[in-house]
Design a protein around this ligand. Structure first.
Ligand SMILES: [Mn+2]
Length: 234
């Protein structure tokens, strides 16, 4: 069993297409979509592409935000782009999915932590906090902060698969992870300038911010500091 972990796609169809076309992704038996496929310019198209490859879906905090959208204009626009069939599908996605993977054993996939869809764990988070959040599970694959890492905290190995559609890695590409028999943090190149030009035509209300993030992404170090400060409540 080999799993391609595609997290935080955020409706970025060109990035998702690049990953699905990557020969390394095509070696996977299963694609796990790790949450936050919603909240972005091409959400429905991304879900359809992932359904077409038989992906297993998890929920993220952005699924919740889009499905419950009331007043904020970006989430309201995102909700308006999703039909009832897709909304019902997304509402039923679980918080975590466990998969047995050769040479790795029992692997728990979740968006943020196994117990919450919005908890922040970074490469700098103290071991005891990671251990507590991961409840002694041997291998947890998360996303949510859009920065890849692979670390050990006590009895838990915590892997962040990174973000396909909105990475903070200082370099433009789509970031994801391959599991089985090893853990590989990888990225796929795509034409980001063309993607940005296309996204401006979608009507997505946060197109300017997304374009800036895609064209001039924050570094992993900057993003990690920001998330770690947020986690500490600073
Ligand atoms: Mn998230």
């Amino acid at each position: 069993m080999r799993v391609a972990a595609l997290y935080d796609v955020h409706g970025n169809l060109p990035a998702l297409e690049a990953v699905l076309a990557d020969p390394r992704c095509q070696t996977a038996d299963v694609v796990v979509c790790g949450g936050d496929v919603l909240l972005g310019p091409w959400q429905a198209e991304c879900v359809e592409r992932l359904l077409a490859v038989g992906a297993r879906f998890l929920t993220g905090n952005c699924e919740r935000q889009v499905l419950d959208a009331t007043s904020e204009s970006t989430t309201r626009w995102c909700r308006s782009q999703i039909d009832e069939r897709l909304a019902n599908l997304a509402a039923a996605w679980p918080l975590s999915v466990g998969v047995e993977i050769d040479a790795l054993g029992s692997v728990m996939f979740c968006h943020a932590t196994p117990r919450r869809d919005d908890e922040i764990l970074t490469r700098l988070t103290p071991d005891e906090i990671v251990g507590d959040a991961c409840e002694g599970m041997p291998l947890v694959v998360c996303g949510h902060t859009h920065v890849q890492f692979d670390r050990v905290a006590g009895r838990t190995r915590l892997v962040n698969a990174g973000s396909v559609g909105m990475p903070y890695e200082g370099r433009t590409a789509a970031y994801w992870a391959l599991l089985g028999p090893d853990v590989e943090l990888v990225s796929s190149e795509y034409d980001v300038e063309a993607a940005v030009a296309a996204l401006r035509a979608t009507g997505y209300p946060a197109s300017d911010e997304l374009a800036e993030t895609l064209l001039t992404p924050h570094s992993a170090e900057e993003a990690t500091e920001v998330f770690e400060a947020r986690r500490r409540g600073a």
